[in-house]
Design a binder for this molecule. Structure first.
Ligand SMILES: [Fe+2]
Ligand SMILES: [Fe+2]
Length: 285
C-alpha cells in the first residue's frame, strides 16, 4: 500500500486529504482543503490563498481518478460540496447524514447529497460498517466525538487494510482523548496511524490541559502496547508552532521504542511549512 498525504497543515493548508493506492484499487480520504479564517486576529495571507489553490488542484486531479472516496464528516477542510464532478461513478463511503451528527453538519450533508444526487456508482452511510472491495478491507468506527464532546458533532475513523499493511485515519478527533476514539485504534491494530492530534494552539480556552494530558497518555499507550510502527501527526497539532514541546513526552517514548513520529510533510520527505501557524510572521510582525 502506498500512502500520500496530498494536503495538510504541515504543507500549508487545513486538510488531511490522503490518497491511498493498493495493488488493485485507489482510495481518496477527505478530499477537501480550507484555511483558518482568523488567526492572531489576521485573515489568511495571500501565500495561504495561493497554497490552497495549488492543493485543491492536486486533490481534484487525484480524486477524479480514484475508485473510492471516503468522507469522514462534513467540514469544508474534509470535502468540497461545490465539486460534484469528483463523485461521478465513484464508490462513495460517507458519514451518516442524519444520525449522530450536529445541526450544522446535518444541514451541510443534506445540501451535499442534493448536489451529488445520481452521480456516484454507489453510496454507503459507512458509520460502524465494514466493506471488502477488491484487495482492500475498509472498516469504519462508530461515530466518535469531533473533539472532546458532541458540540462539533461526530466523525468516523477508518482503517484500510490490504493484507500487507493496515493504515488507520482518525480524522478530527482532536486527541485522541476519549475512550472510544482510542479503542477503535487499538482494536484495528494498525501499522501506520494518521492522527489530527490535540488542539494545543487553543490550550486553556477551547482545549483543556486535562484533554491534552489524556491525549498524551493515550498516544503513549498506543506506542507501548500496539504494533504501530509509525505515527503521522498533523492538522490540529500543526497549528501550534510549539507542537513538539507540547507532546515532548510522546516524542521521548517514541524515540526509546524506535518508533517514528512524523508530520505529513515529514512523511513525504519535505520540510514542515505550517503557514497558518506562521501567519503573524508572514504579515511581517
Ligand atoms: Fe472537522
Ligand atoms: Fe479538520
Amino acid at each position: 500500500m502506498e500512502i500520500y498525504p496530498i494536503a495538510a497543515d504541515s504543507l500549508g493548508t487545513r486538510s488531511m486529504a490522503t490518497l491511498i493506492k493498493t495493488k488493485q484499487c485507489s482510495i481518496f480520504i477527505d478530499p477537501g482543503v480550507a484555511l483558518g479564517p482568523r488567526r492572531y486576529g489576521l485573515p489568511p495571507h495571500p501565500l495561504e490563498l495561493k497554497r490552497m489553490e495549488e492543493h485543491w488542484e492536486i486533490i481534484r486531479k487525484f480524486a477524479m481518478k480514484v475508485d473510492i472516496i471516503i468522507i469522514t464528516h462534513y467540514h469544508y477542510d474534509h470535502y468540497e460540496p461545490e465539486a460534484p464532478e469528483l463523485y461521478r461513478n465513484k464508490r462513495l463511503f460517507i458519514k451518516h447524514p442524519t444520525k449522530k451528527i450536529n445541526y450544522s453538519q446535518k444541514e451541510r450533508a443534506r445540501y451535499f447529497l442534493e448536489k451529488i444526487a445520481g452521480l456516484p456508482e454507489s453510496m454507503e452511510y459507512s458509520d460502524g460498517r465494514e466493506y471488502i472491495f477488491k484487495d482492500v478491507r475498509l472498516k469504519f468506527s462508530d461515530p466518535v466525538f469531533h473533539g472532546t464532546n458532541k458540540r462539533l458533532g461526530y466523525v468516523t475513523e477508518v482503517s484500510v487494510n490490504d493484507g500487507d499493511l493496515c493504515f488507520l485515519f482518525t480524522s478530527d478527533v482532536e486527541g485522541p482523548s476519549i475512550e472510544d476514539q482510542i479503542k477503535f485504534i487499538e482494536n484495528e491494530k494498525p501499522d501506520i496511524v494518521y492522527l489530527d492530534g490535540p488542539m494545543s494552539y487553543m490550550l486553556g480556552y477551547r482545549y483543556s490541559r486535562i484533554s491534552l494530558e489524556a491525549t498524551i497518555k493515550n498516544i503513549i499507550k498506543l506506542l507501548k502496547d500496539t504494533n504501530m510502527g509509525e505515527l503521522i501527526v498533523d492538522h490540529h497539532l500543526l497549528r501550534d508552532l510549539q507542537w513538539k514541546e507540547k507532546i515532548q513526552d510522546v516524542l521521548e517514548v517514541a524515540k526509546k521504542l524506535d518508533k517514528k513520529i512524523v508530520t505529513a510533510a515529514g512523511y513525504l520527505g519535505l520540510e514542515d511549512d505550517p503557514l497558518e501557524a506562521k501567519r503573524k510572521e508572514l504579515y511581517g510582525g
